[in-house]
Design a protein around this ligand. Sequence first.
Ligand SMILES: [Zn+2]
Length: 755
Amino acid sequence: MSPRARLVVLAACLVTGGLAILRAGPPAPRSADAPLHEFSAMRVHERLVSLLGDGSPHPVGSAANAAVRGRLVEQLRALGLSPEELPAFSCSATGSCAPVVNVLVRIPGTVPGPALLLASHFDSVPGGPGAADDGHGVGVVLESLRALLADGPPRTPLMAVFTDGEEAGLLGAHAFVKHPAFAEVGAVINIEARGTGGAARMFETSDGNAALISAYAAGAPRPSAQSLSYEVYRRLPNDTDLTVFKRAGAQGLGFAFIGDVRRYHTPLDDLAHLDLGSVQQQGDAVLGTARALLAAGVQAPAGNATYVDLLSLFVLRWPAALDLPLAGLALLTLLIAAWRTARRSSARTVSSEYVRSWPRAIAAAAGSTLLAALAGALASYVMLAAAGALTRPIGTWPAGLMLSLAAGATAASALAVLALRAVARRVGSRALALGTWIVWALLAGVLAVMLPGASILLIAPAVVAGLGLVLAGESTRGQTLACAAAGALAWCLWVPLLPALTEALGLNALVLGLLAGWTWTAASPALADAAGETHARRLAIALAIAALALGVAAAIAPRVTTELPAKLVFFELHDTATGETRHVLDTLIDIDGLPPEFMADPWRADTPLPWSGRTMYVSPPFDGEGGGPTYTQHTTTAQGGLHRITGTLKARPGALSMIVVMQADTVASLAVGGQMLEVANLQRGPDGARVLRLHGPPAEGIEIEAEVAGDAPWVLADMIPGLSDASTKLLTQRPFDRVPYQTGDARIGLRSIRP
Ligand SMILES: [Zn+2]
């Protein structure tokens, strides 16, 4: 390839990579006076201002939860709908229970058939107001319902459920799948958030998703989705309401944005931090997909799609059954091109003094892909480790996440370019292109079998390269075009993976560098400097200089800030057995930057919560508030070696949850509020303990029935949000970049009983 041809290939890759970064974020929110058939994030904002009221956390069972539900019902009535409130006592298999009240609306279709269900949850964690998680989801469904009603009566039946108790263990969803209305549901669109901004992605789907993906592709004006994310998500322990709906037989699509995850489940998940651009992208996608599904009807699931969005412009997709044939097509065309090249050129020498046979040249080129990926991983790892060593470790979720990502990826690029150039200048562009794309095609075939959703990222560019190179024949211009087109497609698919995977899984220097190095292989024909040329070397030097500057910036950037803080929870822990109250400080592992007085005498490290094995810091006793949960035994009858007991568990007034810790092998059967629970499935605590959680415990208490062996004690705890006046001084010592998380600060009372 001439220097100019190489520049064309390089420019094609860099420009599409840059475009991919620019297009990776959300759009601007649409104003409140946008046309009524459109989705407007500003209208959602107005709804949330009234829905969330004073911004109190509204966990299941709280008065604030009932108030939010009341305002939700009002907003639905104002849309002309007739919301139903569905109370139920719901338990998850892992032993989390609560009285929940789901809100359901049903809009009949003009043609009977399975319904489309829009789902979001209206409860929040106790530790934050849940404006994004999942207030925005409620707002998106309300605004979508408004726009859909403006279209006239839907062809397909439409439902919306606003679940309660999602944060307590998907309890509203567990209750709703038992409700008769769920039998009418064909497909679900579920809306979630983890964090307060970032691209709104369609990240989760179900088996047989081809029709759903078609609807999404047709309906989402700025799509952000790839079948890879479903493969990744399936392997993570995270669940959403959609998981429950899917297990109960529905198909579905899951939408979420996951940026600025440090605000997730904290007081900073508030309206002020909610990115309305993310809401706009989410809402556009939900409304568009719902419109497409309502028009086409909900089809029975049939066949999976493999899909990926291109620059958020459209969704490239095909039936998953075509993955292997397409990978085969790519390989076949590339082998034909390689064979032709070898045959026509065998008489001539290869444009290199080192490699004199085409098969060897192509093999060396193929090896360069591995070399580049490893060089990238090494450089990224060294860069981020060095930046951490210079100041302090960067960690998985630094406040400057994207800065650290840029430093690692640029360092990876520098070394990968250098490694690729070393091979490229020996074997030349043509061999490099063939060798590289043959590896892509082979790996595509492997992934098509092992990780099907991911294969499209390799198949699409490899097919373009194979067809392009075969069609180009001996035309150098044609070869340049084929390399530029395949490289550009590869970069527009792979570059957005770096921020997307980092957002989803946290900063991982090795993975980041590996992906960056691999992405450069698609541009490798551009790096074949001829003898005496230094273009590619100068590119590597420029990248290295940029990486150094970014590395220094990443080293000195703060790891946490007031806007992206770390977590610190204070408890007042009262033990009714000793009568003592102590402060407990839960850092959730991240102890960096804590005032040392909390971690030294007279405080001590311990595991004070009987249901958690986590090390926390415990103060000496102070003069605090007493009290705790109570248990009243009603009956006990001996039965074989077992005691059959019934009793009432009661929390203190104001408590939002109760916890019961028991030993698995001492409880043969267990029923709570009339619901049987499998003791072996209960959440595990330390030392073989099983943990039962009761959220929103009713004032009159909750009935429990069990068959117990021996007289092993149970530990009861109740948790009241907020701290007493005795902790005012302590709260002023919370560092400015630490916020409560999840449960929030709380008073805990412990009582040991023998049932
Ligand atoms: Zn949520």
